[in-house]
Design a protein. Structure first.
Length: 130
């Protein structure tokens, strides 16, 4: 059991992309599924699927590759269990000059930095991905 399931998810994605795996399997939660949905919309993940029943549910995530190069080249966890980081709508800035994304947990659900700026809503900054 991990204390930080979001960090576990993003590090598994980063490590799988680094060694060229096609898919990753993580323990299922609705929050992780919402994150996977936003990663798919942002173009970092090809597809995701919920498998299993009851306690043994998993989330299988297929990584996206273009010309044998992964769409995910790096990940940085911003908000950690020991130090939560919250950002107001006007404090959200583009990541890596617009080539990366910041995922936020907002009152309107999980959003990327672009969506949060457009909706003028802030929240907990989960992680940066590029």
């Amino acid at each position: 059991m991990t204390n930080d399931p979001v960090a576990d998810l993003v590090v598994r994605l980063k490590n799988a992309a680094a060694i060229g795996k096609t898919s990753v399997s993580v323990p299922f939660s609705n929050f992780k599924m919402a994150i996977a949905e936003k990663l798919k919309d942002a173009g970092y993940v090809q597809e995701f699927e919920k498998k299993g029943k009851k306690v043994r549910k998993t989330l299988d995530i297929a990584l996206k590759y273009e010309a044998s190069k992964s769409a995910i080249s790096g990940v940085k966890r911003v908000s950690k269990p020991g130090r939560r980081v919250y950002k107001k709508a006007h404090e959200i800035v583009p990541i890596r000059y617009g080539h990366g994304s910041l995922l936020l947990s907002t009152p309107k659900g999980v959003m990327t930095d672009k969506e949060a700026r457009k909706a003028r809503v802030g929240g907990e900054a989960l992680f940066e991905i590029w």
